[in-house]
Design a protein around this ligand. Structure first.
Ligand SMILES: O=C(O)c1cccc(C(=O)CC[C@H]2O[C@@H](n3cnc4c(=O)[nH]cnc43)[C@H](O)[C@@H]2O)c1
Length: 250
């Protein structure tokens, strides 16, 4: 919710929210949480579904951090140039959950969005880019919004890792948890979406519905339908939180 002056009066308007999923199936799962049908709008470099009545704009931003960042940046820039900037970006979709902390079908909301593989491998182990003197490896969503999202949806708050490679072995899963003891989930876009949002000073949230355990590759164990249903349910509960969220409450 944003306070604005209109003809000498102070009025409030809902924060404009952009939800960035990886693929159309995730975007459509979010859209199903809203009663009114969303309408498609083409932008340079991105296509949006607009949920009417102050609902969010939905973007299928692509798989992986690079394409997700590029598409999110295009949508943010288009909105800013049109004079209607977004006040919040939500990275959302399915993800891997670290067992036993985030079981299949459960939800995770990121209190930290961390790039798991952005750095350098050395003889003494992995060094994040920050240790090399560059950039950032973690974005932190507004804590009050994380708490409100967790309360409304039942999502567990914790670190969500972003990687360009899906973990496929127990060894890699254990290594990631050793490096990131608060990690609950892994996905491929959150950090890219967060980098695009941070570049324009827009806060970010990440919500994942767990479709598979992080660990040995086992495609038969994926529960994509269950995770997409959990995503729809979560956005039904999250919508009023987003509508009433005050960006100054950090
Ligand atoms: O082929 C495989 O074994 C495999 C296992 C898990 C996920 C994939 C994907 O290609 C999914 C990519 C897509 O879904 C998100 N996602 C879902 N589960 C995970 C995961 O365990 N680790 C990372 N990403 C995951 C991801 O954000 C992508 O959008 C293939």
């Amino acid at each position: 919710m944003v306070l604005q002056a209109e003809e000498g009066r102070l009025t409030t308007s809902p924060t404009r929210v952009l939800v960035a999923t990886a693929v159309p199936a995730e975007r459509d799962a979010v859209a199903r949480a809203f009663p009114a049908p969303a309408a498609e709008t083409a932008l340079p470099g991105a296509a949006l579904l607009r949920v009417p009545d102050g609902g969010p704009d939905l973007l299928a931003a692509g798989v992986g951090p690079a394409l997700a960042a590029a598409s999110t940046a295009a949508a943010l820039t288009a909105a800013a140039l049109a004079g209607a900037p977004y006040g919040l970006v939500v990275s959302a979709g399915i993800g891997g959950g670290f067992p036993p902390h985030a079981p299949v079908g459960s939800l995770v909301v990121a209190d930290a969005i961390t790039a798991a593989d952005l750095g350098a491998e050395t003889a003494d182990g992995f060094l994040p880019v920050t240790d090399l003197g560059f950039g950032t490896v973690t974005h932190r969503p507004p804590p009050a919004l994380v708490r409100a999202a967790a309360t409304a949806t039942g999502a567990r708050p914790g670190t969500v890792l972003t990687g360009s490679t899906v973990t496929g072995t127990a060894e890699r899963a254990a290594l990631l948890r050793t490096r990131h003891p608060d990690a609950l989930a892994e996905a491929m876009e959150g950090f890219g979406v967060a980098e695009a949002a941070a570049a324009q000073g827009v806060p970010v949230l990440e919500l994942r519905a767990v479709s598979n355990p992080v660990g040995p590759r086992d495609r038969a164990a994926w529960r994509i339908g269950e995770a997409l249903a959990a995503l729809t349910d979560a956005f039904g509960k999250l919508a009023p939180v987003l509508r009433s969220w005050n960006p100054h409450e950090r």
